[in-house]
Design a protein around this ligand. Structure first.
Ligand code: SAM
Ligand code: DTB
Ligand code: SF4
Length: 323
């Protein structure tokens, strides 16, 4: 949206006094969104584990011994049953994740295209996260009805090689570009708590917000430190850091959905409320993210009731634009 945005301008926002930052983010949030609405999304790992990449945070990388059991690509009907269940439980976005480095043009991809078609017919926002994509593959996903594609930058360009050596930051940016070129909504954010500096967090937010087209969806994940990964001993990120990240993302990308993603299992209701106050307007629901635990559905329902939050309908921005 804003290629002229400087990193210093992002730093100024990120480093502003916390309560001022929250107030400003909450104000921007109200100008573009209904603050009583939070989108409920569901994740499903359609192909688990055995990934050739070396992402230091990831329990699904084959080279680490994390106890995640590898599983081949699920069957289309199993996935559609899970999507219907998610819809019945109030989810309006269904995201299918695969532990792949990149998409290959094979029968597995054809199966994923069938999954996309099926979920789209349920009238849910259908999202995939499958690793790197060519523009042709992105077009095939678009033709099958894909609404959004998740591909995180994860951290700053400078810190990237400390976390992943099997691909480059530029590879990541290229896939985001392929996705946007064919008109799929881009979902891209990152993880905090991996040992990165504040400057790295500022750098990542700057890269996202200064893309020729800012992502419509920005997940902010707190590292889930999984035993067996190189980051297993990282200490839990402070909620103040989460709030600072979310608020800065909200101010920089006012129209985006800012998603309070991994790490909720370690947060109290009060801590999550602060994140919503700072501009987060989406959560993942259900007892599992991809492979790690998530708060249970009853606790989330109680939280929505206590905070007087309603689940946001699907395709809302799209419908508003069409009016
Ligand atoms: N393989 C594909 C890729 O890397 O793009 C898609 C799946 S991958 C698991 C999707 C995202 O999950 C990663 O980019 C990362 O941001 C997030 N993630 C993975 N493990 C995580 C962890 N332990 N804590 C927080 N986020 C994590
Ligand atoms: C994202 O940014 N967070 C979600 C979704 N995109 C795919 C995934 C979080 C995964 C957490 C680790 C796990 O459960 O395996
Ligand atoms: Fe593979 Fe994605 Fe995990 Fe990296 S984050 S190891 S690419 S599944």
């Amino acid at each position: 949206m804003n290629p002229t945005l400087s990193k210093d301008a992002v730093r100024e926002i990120y480093e502003s006094p916390l309560l001022e930052l929250i107030y400003r983010a909450a104000t921007v949030h109200r100008q573009h969104h209904d603050p009583q609405e939070v989108q409920v999304c569901t994740l499903l790992s359609v192909k688990t584990g055995g990934c050739p990449e070396d992402c230091a945070y990831c329990p699904q990388a084959a080279r680490y011994h994390t106890g995640v059991q590898a599983h081949k690509l699920m069957e289309v009907d199993e996935v559609l049953t899970a999507a219907q269940r998610a819809k019945d439980a109030g989810s309006t976005r269904f995201c299918m994740g695969a532990a792949w480095r990149e998409v290959r043009d094979n029968r597995d991809f054809d199966k994923v295209l069938e999954m996309v078609k099926g979920v789209n017919q349920l009238d849910m926002e259908v999202c995939c996260t499958l690793g790197m994509l060519t523009e042709t593959q992105a077009q095939k996903l678009k033709d099958a009805g894909l609404y959004a594609y998740n591909h995180n930058l994860d951290t700053s360009e400078e810190f990237y090689s400390d976390i992943i050596s099997t691909r480059t930051y530029d590879d990541r940016l290229q896939t985001i570009n392929h996705v946007q070129k064919v008109g799929i909504s881009a979902c891209s954010g990152g993880i905090i708590g991996m040992g990165e500096s504040h400057d790295d967090r500022i750098g990542m937010l700057h890269t996202l917000a200064a893309l020729p087209q800012a992502p419509e969806s920005v997940p902010v994940n707190a590292l889930v430190a999984v035993e067996g990964t190189p980051l297993e001993h990282q200490k839990r990120v402070s909620v103040w850091d989460m709030v600072r990240m979310i608020a800065t993302a909200r101010i920089l990308m006012p129209k985006a959905m800012v998603r309070l993603s991994a790490g909720r299992v370690n947060m109290t209701m009060e801590e999550q409320a602060l994140c919503f106050m700072a501009g987060a307007n989406s959560i993942f629901a259900g007892e599992k993210l991809l492979t790690t635990p998530n708060p249970d559905v009853d606790a989330d329902q109680e939280m929505f009731q206590t905070l007087n939050i309603r689940p946001r309908p699907a395709f809302k921005a799209q419908k508003l634009e069409a009016v």
